[in-house]
Structure formats: C-alpha cells, structure tokens
Design a protein around this ligand. Structure first.
Ligand SMILES: *[C@@H]1O[C@H](CO)[C@@H](O)[C@H](O)[C@H]1NC(C)=O
Ligand SMILES: *[C@@H]1O[C@H](CO)[C@@H](O)[C@H](O)[C@H]1NC(C)=O
Ligand SMILES: *[C@@H]1O[C@H](CO)[C@@H](O)[C@H](O)[C@H]1NC(C)=O
Ligand SMILES: *[C@@H]1O[C@H](CO)[C@@H](O)[C@H](O)[C@H]1NC(C)=O
Ligand SMILES: *[C@@H]1O[C@H](CO)[C@@H](O)[C@H](O)[C@H]1NC(C)=O
Ligand SMILES: *[C@@H]1O[C@H](CO)[C@@H](O)[C@H](O)[C@H]1NC(C)=O
Ligand SMILES: *[C@@H]1O[C@H](CO)[C@@H](O)[C@H](O)[C@H]1NC(C)=O
Ligand SMILES: *[C@@H]1O[C@H](CO)[C@@H](O)[C@H](O)[C@H]1NC(C)=O
Ligand SMILES: *[C@@H]1O[C@H](CO)[C@@H](O)[C@H](O)[C@H]1NC(C)=O
Length: 648
C-alpha cells in the first residue's frame, strides 16, 4: 500500500516534469488536449502491455479522410519521442506495445496525433506492479461471481488484447490456471469455452478462489504473454432469468362473444433461499391490464408456488380474462411480461376468429349428391321400362334394325294346345285374341302363334323347329297348371332316379347333345299325345336355345298367380329362367281391375260387352303391355316389313 502511494507520487512528479518537457520542447504547437485516459493499464514485469490511444475516432477528427501521423512520447524523459526497440517497444499506429515490461516502464505516455490542419494530444498511464509471491504474482485482480449448484463460467478480461491481435491477424491462445495450477481443457469440471471463457460444471463452494488466464502470442519477433487474475466468489442464493412458459408467442382461435381466459405462467429458477423479486404483468399496447373485475378485460391476482424438483424455483401465474370477445380484441398482441433484476422476458399471444366450419357445407353437398344418386337409381328402377321405351322411341337411330336379320317373326307364341295337359280356354283366348290385338294391331309386331299360323300337314317337329328358328323372341304362356300333368308326375319315379322332373331331365340330356335329340326325347315320352308333344317340343327347344345356346330370348308370360308349391313342380329350366329374368305377370295387371277368370267367364256370357270390359287391359299403355314391349325386339327404322311378309 505504502509502495503504491509512493509510486503514484513519483508518477505524478514525472508526469509534470514530462509535461513541462513537451511544452518546453514544442512551444509552437497548439494541440487539442484530451488529457489522461481514465482507463489505466496495469502490468507486471515480464508481461506484455498494450497502450492504445483513442484519438483515432470520429469524435476527434475525420480519420477516414484526413491523413495523420502519430507520435508517442515518454513524459518522464523531458518528452522524449519513443521509437521501436527490438524486444522492448513496438509502435504500431495508435498502439504502443511494451513487449517485456519492467518496473521502470511505469509512467504516462503521451500520444500526439497530427494532421495537416490540426493536432491532438492524449496521455495514457501504465502501472507496473511489483510481483507478489502469492496469487501468481498479480496484485491486481478482477472480481467475478459464480452461482452455486449450477453450471457457470468465468470470463478472461483480455478482450481488448484479443481484438487488437485479431486485427493484426496474429494467432494467440489462452491458458487457464486455478490458484496457479494449470487447468487442462476437457478434464474434470472445467472446460475452455467460447475463446475467453472457462465453464464450470456444478459450481460448489470450493470454486471460491483465483482463476488466472494467460494470453500468449508472438509480436515484433518476441513471444510474450499477458495475464489476468480473477477472484471468483460463489453465490449461494440466486435467482436466474425468469422463463415465460405461457403465452408462447401463439395465435389462439376463439369465437366472438365468448368468455376468454388465458394464463400467464412464469418459472424462476432459484438457488438458495433467496426471495426472488419477480413480478408478472399482462400488457396491452404498453399499458398494464389492471386487476379490476369491473373491466371487460382484466387480469387476476398473481398466484405463486415453490417447486423443489427437478429444478428448485418459483412459479408465478396470472390470468387474463376477456369477458365477451369483441371484434377489437382480435389480432392484437397481449403480452405477459416478467419483471426481475435478471431481465424482463416476455411472451405474447393474439386472437383469431375461428375458421368457419367447412365440414358442414361439404358434408351437405356430398349428402345431396348421394341422395340425388340414390333417388335417380331408384327412379330408374321404378321407371326403367318407361325410360327404355321412351328412349327407343326417341332415338330409333341408336338401335340396329332387326328387320334384316333373316327372321320372319318378332315372337313365337307357345302355349298349351287344346286337349293337351294344362290347356285352358283362357290361355288360348289370350294367345289368339289379346296378344295379336295389342302386339300386332297396335304395336306392329309380327307373331307366330302355333294354334293360328301352323300350316296344316306340316310335321310338328319341323314346324316347331323352323318357326322358333325364324323368331326373335319366344313368348312362353303358362298358367299355374301348365307344366303339371299326370303323365309327368307319374314318369318321375319310373324314368328317373333323381328328383328332377322329366322335362328338366330332357333339358339336361340336351345340354350334352345336339338339337336332334329333341326328336328322340319326344318319342321317348310316348305316353303324351300329339299336342302335348308339341308343347313339350316348344318348351324344350326354347329352353335349349335360351339357356344353352343363348341365341333366343324367352319371355315368360305368367297368366295366373303361381304359388311356391306349384312352382316347385315346374321344370327346372323354367324355374331357373323365371328366377333369372323374371316373368311378365298378366295376373298382376288384371288384379287391379278384375280377376282374369271372372273377366273371361263374363266374356262367354256377354260377348257384346267384352270389348268394353277388356279395353283397359288391351290398352298398350298399361303396365303389362309396356313390359311386353320392353321385352320384345327393339324396332329400329321399320320400313320393309309388309313387303317381307308378302314375299314369304
Ligand atoms: C491555440 O489555439 C487557441 C484556440 O484554438 C487560440 O486561442 C490560441 O491563441 C492558440 N495558441 C497558439 C500559441 O497558437
Ligand atoms: C484502440 O483505440 C482505437 C481508437 O483510437 C479504437 O478504435 C480501438 O478499438 C482501441 N482498441 C482497443 C483494443 O481498445
Ligand atoms: C515499428 O515497427 C512496426 C512493425 O515493424 C512498424 O509498423 C512501425 O512503422 C515502426 N515504427 C517506427 C516509429 O519506426
Ligand atoms: C525480459 O527482460 C528480462 C530482463 O531484462 C529478461 O531476463 C527476459 O528474458 C526478457 N523476456 C523476454 C520474453 O524477452
Ligand atoms: C507524416 O510524416 C511524414 C514523414 O515524416 C510526412 O511526410 C507527412 O507530411 C506527415 N503527415 C502529416 C499529416 O503530418
Ligand atoms: C488479415 O487477414 C485478412 C484476410 O485474411 C486481410 O484482409 C487483412 O488485410 C489482414 N490484416 C492484416 C493487418 O494483415
Ligand atoms: C416470444 O418472443 C420473444 C420476442 O421475440 C422471445 O424473446 C421469447 O423467447 C419468445 N417466447 C417463446 C415462448 O417463444
Ligand atoms: C368468464 O370466465 C371467468 C373465469 O373462467 C369467470 O371468472 C367469469 O365470471 C366469466 N365471465 C362471464 C361473463 O361468464
Ligand atoms: C406481435 O408481436 C410480434 C413480435 O414482436 C410481431 O411480430 C407482430 O407483428 C405483433 N403483432 C401485432 C398484431 O402487433
């Protein structure tokens, strides 16, 4: 202490002497005096010391435009100008380097900066301390604090040297010492970090003490170093920077008119038992939001609680309440700010109106498309026949003209002949009168009706075969009893081992043989009479062509309602066809008006009124006849039909 005071006195004395020297040596000069730099340069013998003049600055003169010369003077030796001395002094622009400081170097050094028009003067003081035995010989120390229990660091206060060396492109390195013991990087709890910092893992009380950093570099041909010692004290009670967990700089969607609440949540990590002085506030446009329940937008009281694990600390919570959201509340920043001596971190959020629900319109659009689709499918199925007929009528061009396919008839009408099993007058009546009435007269189809158009004397087999061949359709007329005959039911047990009826047995044989076998089959079934055979032939040929060859379309015309029990006795082929393509049901048509039987009986009695009675069922626009027309061949452009008939 006494020594320091003495050296100061000596320094002052030398300074005044030096000043006198400069003034006496250059009386003519009138320099702007920037006096003594406040920053002292401290050094110890053997170290490198850097004195940097701050005259090359914009607030002094415009150094980028004006050329200048800098001269350094030693104030003690009557203002002697300094020059380069190898291994001792290096003058580098505004910087004076002492490459190997000695006790003698302590003193004030004057910088004179001259430009063509002006002159500036500044003094810089170098203090050289006598080396001391302890603490690595450094009496001057910086103080730093580290926090107990956490990872912390000490900083080397030689940033100015590093900055200057960097500007010279001079490489340098730092070595750290703990109480003068060298710290090896990456060993133990200490590690070198960020060029000038020493990281300490899990600071404890033993880290109280002296850390020294030494910067080594080569300058002016001399490898030198400069060191700083830091006295490090460990703080045991400490609050670190608050962490704003909520709001997290987010946008939140909330519907207008709703009661909105947002929580501000802040955590302050604490060490020791210190009461952390932290407050949190909701801020809107730089105004605090008050704890005033009468306001529409207000904040709640602060709530706080302590946490011990995993990190000891303090939680703070404050709610922001906006009752009844308004338009003006959207798209503005609500900020929660934490105020503490360690910093004022913040987080914000803003409100957005919720997205209009797009699921409902899309859903309803899809729904209506589905409904439309389903209803059009339903409508098509209900009015399929009408639609198809209408289409045929409207666009005959689209259909190929069947007139030139070599067929004579549009349809071959097959039904039980008189005297045959299953014959009924009603069926004959329908076949001979009603069918031609509507299909031929009204609709213009050409029919082959076995009982009407059969040429006398022609062989039954040939007649049936040829005429079916010459027809585009076969209308198979039947009643519930048409296929049920004594001869058939009787022959089941005698002819067949299996359960199928004889008719279907015949079909089954034909499946593997040619059409010639029809002849054999008819002869085989010898217990039926002539007309029964014709009917059988028609049926067989029709089924063969329809089911096996697929060359003939058979339309089943059901004249009477058939019970399931009756249906079971039908030939298997007819049942199959009926199941596959359905039957056109005359009895359904009749039921809405009058029973078929009643109708025909009355026809016997009152022939005069017959036409009037039947006219509804003879109307081509009735459901039954539409269905018939639907199944009949499509008629394209009919032109030559009469000629053809005449020809044949
Ligand atoms: C020095 O400059 C000041 C003003 O800048 C002036 O008043 C003074 O006379 C000058 N002295 C000499 C010796 O030139
Ligand atoms: C030295 O002084 C100059 C101004 O003359 C300044 O720009 C520079 O930053 C200083 N260097 C250090 C290391 O302080
Ligand atoms: C001193 O040496 C340095 C580096 O060699 C050089 O840049 C500087 O101009 C010299 N100064 C003087 C006054 O000779
Ligand atoms: C500094 O000077 C001392 C004494 O003059 C000498 O012993 C030492 O080697 C020098 N150091 C360097 C780095 O030149
Ligand atoms: C700087 O010094 C050189 C050499 O002594 C001299 O020629 C030049 O004029 C000086 N520049 C200024 C601005 O004083
Ligand atoms: C340092 O190096 C950079 C590029 O590496 C160069 O631009 C700059 O002029 C150098 N400075 C000195 C003082 O050599
Ligand atoms: C929110 O933004 C601020 C400023 O941009 C930032 O300091 C803060 O860390 C951010 N907070 C979160 C949780 O992202
Ligand atoms: C809005 O919500 C807050 C907290 O959830 C409640 O205290 C307040 O009474 C509510 N206000 C209205 C108008 O519902
Ligand atoms: C809210 O704050 C963020 C971060 O400062 C900023 O980017 C944004 O523009 C602000 N929004 C409004 C609406 O002021």
């Amino acid at each position: 202490m006494a020594m320091g005071l003495t050296s100061w006195k000596l320094g002052s004395l030398l300074f005044f002497l030096g000043l006198y020297g400069i003034c006496s040596g250059s009386v003519h000069e009138n320099c702007t005096n920037y006096k003594l730099q406040f920053e002292r340069v401290y050094s110890v013998p053997g170290d490198v010391a850097m004195l940097n003049s701050t005259l090359v600055a914009h607030d002094v003169f415009d150094y980028t435009l004006k050329p200048y010369n800098i001269t350094w003077y030693d104030s003690r030796q009557r203002g002697k100008e300094l020059s380069n001395q190898t291994g001792r002094i290096l003058l580098q622009g505004e910087t004076l380097w002492f490459l190997n400081v000695t006790l003698y170097d302590e003193g004030e050094y004057i910088t004179i900066l001259r430009t063509s028009s002006g002159c500036y003067r500044q003094a810089t003081k170098l203090i050289v301390d006598k080396p001391v035995a302890a603490e690595c010989g450094r009496p001057q120390k910086a103080n730093q604090m580290v926090t107990n229990g956490v990872t912390d660091h000490v900083s080397c206060p030689l940033k100015d040297y590093i900055k200057k060396l960097d500007s010279y492109n001079i490489t340098h390195s730092i070595t750290w010492y703990k109480d003068c013991d060298r710290i090896v990087n990456e060993v133990g709890k200490f590690s070198y970090w960020d060029e000038t910092k020493l990281k300490i893992d899990k600071v404890d009380l033993q880290d109280n003490g002296h850390f020294t950093c030494t910067l080594t570099f080569t300058l002016g041909g001399v490898t030198g170093s400069v060191s700083e010692t830091i006295y490090t004290s460990v703080k045991e009670e400490y609050c670190s920077v608050p962490q704003v967990h909520e709001p997290a700089n987010e946008t939140i969607k909330a519907p207008i008119g709703s009661n909105f609440t947002k929580k501000c949540l802040v955590f302050v990590p604490c060490v020791g038992n210190r009461r952390c002085m932290v407050d949190i506030f909701w801020v809107l446009n730089d105004d605090f939001i008050e704890i005033d329940i009468s306001e529409r937008v207000y904040s709640s009281e602060e709530r706080l609680w302590h946490q011990n694990a995993p990190i000891k600390g303090l939680w703070l919570e404050k709610l922001l309440i906006i009752s009844e959201l308004r338009e003006e509340d959207y798209q503005i920043n609500y900020t929660c700010r934490a105020y503490s001596d360690r910093g004022n971190p913040w987080g914000y959020f803003s409100l957005l109106p919720p997205d209009p629900c797009i699921i409902i319109p899309i859903g309803s659009a899809l729904g209506s498309v589905m409904v439309l689709l389903i209803s059009s499918v339903i409508v098509f199925y209900i009015f399929k026949i009408d639609i198809v007929l209408l289409f045929r009528q409207a666009f005959p061009i689209l259909y190929t003209n069947k007139d030139l396919d070599g067929k004579l008839y549009d349809a071959y009408v097959a039904y039980p002949q008189p005297c045959a099993v299953g014959f009924s007058e009603e069926v004959e009546m329908f076949a001979l009168h009603m069918l031609p009435e509507v299909l031929e007269k009204a609709c213009g189809y050409k029919l082959f009706i076995a009982g009407r158009d059969c040429l006398p004397g022609q062989a039954v087999v040939d007649s049936v075969h040829e005429n079916i061949q010459a027809s585009r359709r076969l209308l198979l007329l039947y009643t519930a009893s048409t296929f049920i005959s004594k001869s058939h039911t009787g022959s089941v047990s005698s002819h067949n081992n299996n359960n199928v009826s004889k008719d279907s047995d015949g079909i089954n044989n034909n499946e593997s043989k040619t059409g010639d076998n029809i002849n054999g089959e008819s002869l085989d079934g010898g217990d039926g009479d002539y007309l029964d055979t014709r009917q059988q032939l028609e049926c067989l040929e029709a089924m063969y062509k329809a089911l096996i060859e697929g060359s003939l379309k058979v339309v089943l015309v059901e004249l009477e309602e058939v019970t399931p029990a009756q249906l079971a006795l039908f030939p298997e082929s007819v049942r199959h066809l009926r199941k596959k393509q359905g039957a056109v049901r005359w009895w359904k048509n009749q039921r809405t008006r009058q029973r078929w039987k009643t109708c025909t009986r009355r026809e016997d009695e009152e022939k005069g009124r017959q036409d009037a009675e039947l006219s509804p069922s003879l109307s081509p626009s009735s459901r039954f006849w539409k269905e018939m027309k639907y199944h009949m061949p499509v008629r394209g452009k009919r032109a030559v039909y009469p000629e053809k008939t005449a020809l044949l």
